[in-house]
Unconditional design. Structure first.
Length: 79
């Protein structure tokens, strides 16, 4: 899957994925995104109050195992 495919899915669906044997989730919440890591910690991406800008914010700033989410899209497995 490439970045554009991932964006298309995330804009209309909540999703869960595996990365390095750990499960992560993304939940849309009123023009924002909740990023849930494998420990249950939640990070809210909502500084723009615009679903498109907040998705880009999450892709650029949610760090998983030292990598930005946008840089590991090709290595994740959607559940």
């Amino acid at each position: 899957m490439d970045l554009e495919d991932f964006k298309d899915i995330a804009l209309v669906n909540d999703l869960s994925f595996m990365y390095l044997g750990k499960e992560f989730s993304i939940i849309m919440d009123n023009n924002s995104y909740l990023a849930v890591d494998n420990n249950g910690s939640i990070t809210k991406f909502n500084k723009y109050n615009n679903v498109y800008n907040d998705l880009d914010d999450m892709l650029n700033n949610w760090i998983i195992e030292g990598k930005k989410l946008k840089d590991l899209i090709e290595d994740i497995e959607l559940l």
